[in-house]
Design a protein around this ligand. Sequence first.
Ligand code: FES
Length: 114
Amino acid sequence: MSWFEDDLEVPNEEPSWVKIGPLDRFVVNRTRVVFVGVTKVAVLRRPEGFFAFKNSCPHAGGSLGLGDIAGTIVSCPRHDWRFDIADGRCLDNAIYELRRYTVEVRGDEVWVLV
Ligand code: FES
């Protein structure tokens, strides 16, 4: 069974915590894209913790999970705009902001608030 076939809870309109998988499926310094209902969430595990953000770029929908990462800066693979995943700022056009999600590790499982 692939990762994308796992059963994930579908969130309601109100944000809710969703288990996105075991901790060991998230490799340090690599981004993994998971489906939470119909939302694609890019999850980056860093030595200092987890970052999660909407996979779809707020500019024109580029897949941010495929973007290069330098520190907390992700570059969109479509037009190379840079976003700071620590606070959501777009460094190349201030009117755009990255949608971020809160992540928690509970025991051996990773949860995201979506
Ligand atoms: S789609 Fe991401 S910068 Fe244009």
